[in-house]
Design a protein around this ligand. Structure first.
Ligand code: B12
Ligand code: SF4
Length: 509
């Protein structure tokens, strides 16, 4: 089919939008960067590579793209398995000779199931793509000197991206990295500089690491000083990173990153309830009071951002409501960047425990595990919890308190922050919780309109319209549009999940 033309490669980040919108999500920071790192493994002269990120570009609904590639490389988060499978059906229906590869969290959580669906399944990091390039396209198509293809990412609000370490040195019970159990690995200074040199012009640099701090202080200092050297050279005006709670225990750490151009830090506070943190094996966050950390960071001119998880299996509505009200009443505490229900991510100790304790709801689908609906039996009756979740996740009834808080918080920090930090601090919570209008192309708008209303509870939430093929496909692809069920009607793990996850080193019963 190729003739003399260059092989065409399409890299797709499969995504299930928790808000049931097919339109692009352009305001999420950071962006998914794996597609651009993967693109860098192909020789730019001898292949034609395109990226479609379903988060940033919206749902892939353009039929003309389905018969374009010779090789499709899929990535995506664990809950996107169904979507990745649907996409593979569209590509194969359009071109029976296409090769479909998958890697990243889906392939690691469901290796056997992936083996039965995709042509190439890869559990390793981006380097592991090289063998697939050889196998699918033949020799001579790998990049000679691989570097991320940030040029394919387009304009991204002046943000650049870098990864200085992989994986994490902690083992929080709910985290997919704990399930994957791969070692924390720093990049060499040469590799980090290589990524930085591959960026176009940028204003701010976002460090993508799960934990920029890590387990080795001198290595943290090496990476901080390296970023500082690039910052002093004028490559960017500042940088931001994700750190764990232990970072803040040594005051020198904050002073060091600030002196080297750090302008924003994100830390997973996760819960204001110590008992919940202990149950998550998240002891490093026990002293992560967002108010204290925000003040500490502001003293160094650093913006503090954090994520919070709501766990209705351990907390009551009154407790969570009280915590949100306290945050809204406290001008000097920022609101969380992320408010999500605890997700029993496939392959984690938390998932295992939830399954064993019978907490998973019946007929649970993998795609339900999006953090924006109840998927575990709550401590209190559903009639009390579900309406509360529905209101809280949209800040219904709290919109004016939200605006008041955003404005007064920024005002209280005006002497610590520059204009861009103040704008991020002001707009961040309004966009996250106030709601935004997302505009896509006509197909995406139509698909969004056809989506049924969400119910915020897995037991009643209807299936997304993406499970109905958007155009007629050969009969053999019908199976690719069936949802993957995690539990059966009794709340027990399905045979498919038990078989699909076997030999991953996990302890699912
Ligand atoms: C950007 C980002 C997002 C973006 C985009 C997500 C996406 N991919 O679609 C947004 C903001 C939308 C997001 C949302 C969420 N995210 Co997020 N996110 C990230 C973040 C910060 C960076 C990802 C990234 O680009 N990394 C850099 C690239 C280069 O690395 P990578 O993606 O890890 O891929 C590496 C390997 O996996 C491998 N690889 C990946 N794909 C492939 C494919 C092939 C073929 C091969 C060979 C290799 C390969 O190569 C890469 C480099 O070695 C990571 C944390 C992190 N530091 O990685 C969390 C992370 C991916 N997110 C996570 C979570 C929990 C979530 C949320 C569930 C949070 C929530 N409670 O709401 C939601 C889920 C939303 C949804 N419906 O899917 C988890 C993983 C969850 C999972 N496995 O499903 C992570 C790891 C954070 C954490 N430590 O908990 N997230
Ligand atoms: S600290 Fe963050 S990245 Fe590390 S295991 Fe815990 S949740 Fe995952």
């Amino acid at each position: 089919m190729r003739g003399n033309r260059k092989p065409r490669v399409l890299i797709v980040n499969a995504y299930v939008c928790p808000w049931r919108s097919a339109a692009p999500t352009r305001l999420f920071i950071p962006r998914a960067m794996a597609p651009y790192y993967l693109a860098g493994r192909f020789c730019p002269e001898r292949t034609e590579v395109r990226v479609h990120d379903e988060v940033h570009h919206g749902a892939l609904l353009n039929p003309r793209l389905f018969d374009w590639p010779d090789l499709v490389v899929l990535t995506g988060l664990t809950m996107s398995f169904d979507r990745a499978r649907q996409l593979s059906a569209y590509f194969r229906n359009a071109r029976p000779d296409v090769a479909v590869a998958i890697g990243g969290p889906i392939a690691r959580a469901l290796p056997h199931l992936c083996d039965s669906v995709f042509d190439y399944v890869c559990q390793g990091d981006i380097e592991a793509l090289d063998d697939i390039v050889d196998a699918a396209l033949g020799p001579g198509h790998r990049a000679d000197d691989p570097a991320p293809r940030f040029d394919l990412a387009g304009w991204s609000y002046g943000l650049g991206y870098v990864e200085t370490t992989r994986n994490c040195n902690f083992s929080c019970a709910f985290c997919s990295l704990t399930g994957e159990n791969r070692p924390y690995q720093p990049y060499s200074s040469r590799e980090i500089s290589r990524q930085l040199d591959a960026q176009g012009r940028m204003q701010m640099l976002m460090v993508l690491d799960n934990n920029f701090y890590g387990s080795n202080r001198s290595d943290f200092e090496r990476r901080t000083d390296l970023l500082g050297a690039h910052w002093r050279r004028g490559d960017f005006r500042g940088w931001g990173a994700l750190v764990t709670g232990d970072f803040f225990k040594n005051p020198d750490n904050l002073a060091r990153v600030a002196a080297n151009g750090c302008k924003a830090l994100f830390s997973g506070v996760e819960s204001l309830d110590p008992a919940v943190l202990k149950s998550f094996n998240k002891r490093q966050s026990l002293s992560s009071d967002p108010r204290t950390l925000a003040r500490l960071c502001a003293d160094h001119g650093v913006l503090f951002d954090y994520g919070m998880m709501l766990d209705f299996t351990q907390q009551t509505v009154a407790e969570i409501d009280g915590q949100i009200e306290t945050l809204l009443a406290s001008t000097d505490t920022p609101l969380p960047a992320l408010l999500s229900l605890t997700i029993p991510i496939l392959g984690t100790p938390y998932f295992d425990e939830a399954a064993r304790a019978g907490r998973l709801m019946p007929n649970l689908r993998l795609s339900d595990l999006d953090g924006q609906k109840l998927v575990e039996w709550p401590k209190e009756p559903l009639e009390r919890v579900v309406p509360f979740v529905a209101d809280l996740l949209r800040f219904r009834g709290r919109k004016s308190a939200l605006v008041r808080h955003a404005v007064s918080h920024v005002w209280s920090r005006k002497s610590s922050f520059d204009l861009s930090q103040s704008l991020i601090s002001l707009l961040g919570p309004l966009i996250r919780f106030g709601g935004t209008v997302r505009v896509g192309n006509l197909r995406q708008i139509r698909q969004t309109w056809r989506e049924p209303a969400r119910t915020y509870c897995a037991m009643s939430d209807p299936l997304s319209v993406s499970y109905r093929p958007m155009h007629p496909l050969a009969e053999k692809f019908a199976r690719d549009f069936e949802p993957l069920y995690v539990t059966d009607g009794d709340g027990k793990l399905t045979a498919e999940i038990r078989a699909g996850t076997a030999d991953t080193g996990l302890t699912i019963q």
